[in-house]
Design a protein around this ligand. Structure first.
Ligand SMILES: CC(C)(COP(=O)(O)OP(=O)(O)OC[C@H]1O[C@@H](n2cnc3c(N)ncnc32)[C@H](O)[C@@H]1OP(=O)(O)O)[C@@H](O)C(=O)NCCC(=O)NCCS
Length: 365
């Protein structure tokens, strides 16, 4: 019998092959590639700390036993005004190219019919958005907005130019000017942000401290995540290692009184772009924490910082002259409970990239 059913260990090899077919890389189907995908699927979708038999990832199995669709699901614990909320984060939504047309709908419908209160995904492309909205899911526009802060605009412009064949000679000629401009800007940034460094101390944010701080700092939102020590350590380990050879920076910012002003977590990839996963601050410390982040990243040679919008930070990010853009990927949500959707659409939910798909990403190697 064909149809949608839970993903189990025995499906790993077939789903890995389907994943490779859909997201084929230049590396080709090497044995290492297959091994990596299989380990990834097991770790993220079968052995995650929230594993719940009633809320598992899904496959579409054809009559002959062939698997032609997969929808990765990670259960998450949240709370709404203190009451427990069961959430499901969807990722790696794939249908074999020969079977496109209604299989995606069937997989997603099976997810929406599940026992969770809320389904979400935050790195969805346009194809997923069409299917999601077709089943009465909605786009969370506020949380879909991205921001960028260019720390070395010259280098950023050069990397864009170098990526375009016709502009390569222009990059060659303008290179020295761009680097000089960056050096001047870096000096100005040191002066501008210097105050925040003098007035605040920083330390590496460990999982235990983050756990305590999350409780304190997220409690004023209608909807907030709930972690335990094990799940938070798992998320942080994946956040640092799941996306390549870059480095995860986790920084706790303290005022001179030793009071916690806030913290930030960002990942710097091999292109020296910093992907911000979480910024949290007391309302009166937001500028302090942002200044600290920009100065921390600037001192480490980061070319630009980029993040998904946390609605409460929109004014502070604007004050810091961040650029906002809205080209996707999208954050999509679905729930039968109107109050959950209301909380998200009015920006009253603590939903950073740490609560989303970032830690569910696949990387080769
Ligand atoms: C995203 C993906 C899984 C969707 O699966 P799919 O089988 O192509 O999707 P479906 O055909 O079931 O749904 C799309 C179609 O259903 C239609 N549709 C959406 N809601 C509908 C509804 N309620 N009733 C009827 N039709 C509906 C859409 O308009 C679309 O029609 P079209 O193909 O004529 O434009 C698939 O395209 C894929 O594997 N893409 C590559 C991998 C990828 O990008 N994954 C997403 C990562 S974020």
């Amino acid at each position: 019998m064909s149809g949608v059913r839970p993903f189990v260990k025995a499906d790993i090899a077939q789903v890995a092959e389907l994943h490779r077919t859909v997201f084929a890389t230049a590396d080709g189907p090497s044995a290492r590639d297959a091994g990596c995908r299989e380990a990834y699927l097991g770790e993220v979708f079968l052995d995650n700390p929230w594993r719940d038999e009633a809320l598992s990832s899904l496959v579409y199995e054809e009559a002959g036993g062939r698997i032609s669709g997969f929808l990765g699901v990670m259960p998450r614990s949240m709370r709404m005004h203190g009451a427990p909320v069961r959430a499901a984060v969807a990722s790696q939504f794939i249908v074999h190219p020969e079977r496109r047309g209604r299989l995606g709908l069937r997989l997603l419908k099976a997810l929406f019919d599940g026992p969770q209160d809320l389904s979400m995904t935050d790195e969805a492309n346009d194809s997923t958005r069409v299917v999601w909205e077709g089943l009465h899911g909605t786009t969370a526009f506020l949380y879909s907005m991205r921001w960028t802060f260019p720390l070395r605009p010259g280098r950023l412009a050069l990397s864009v130019l170098r990526g375009r064949k016709w502009a390569a000679p222009l990059a060659l000629v303008s290179g020295p000017f761009a680097l000089t401009a960056d050096a001047v800007l870096a000096r100005l940034a040191r002066t501008h942000f210097g105050r925040s460094l003098r007035e605040a101390s920083d330390e590496d944010l460990d999982a235990a401290t983050l756990l305590t701080c999350l409780d304190e700092f997220s409690g004023d939102r209608a909807l907030s995540p709930q972690y335990g020590g094990l799940s938070l350590r798992w998320v942080l380990r994946r956040a640092g290692g799941a996306n390549g050879d870059g480095r995860l920076h986790k920084v706790l910012v303290r005022r001179q009184t030793q009071e916690v002003a806030g913290w930030y977590i960002y990942y710097v990839d091999s292109r020296r772009v910093g992907e911000v996963l979480q910024i949290v601050a007391k309302p009166y410390s937001v500028d302090e924490v942002l200044d600290h982040l920009f100065s921390h990243a600037s001192a480490r040679g980061v070319v630009a910082l980029s993040g998904r919008l946390e609605p409460r930070l929109i004014r502070a990010l604007s004050r810091h002259n961040c650029l906002f853009h809205w080209r996707g990927p999208w954050m999509l949500v679905h729930s039968k409970r109107a109050e959950l959707l209301d909380a998200i659409h009015r920006g009253d939910a603590f939903l950073t990239r740490l609560e989303g798909e970032w830690c569910m990403r696949y990387r080769l190697g």
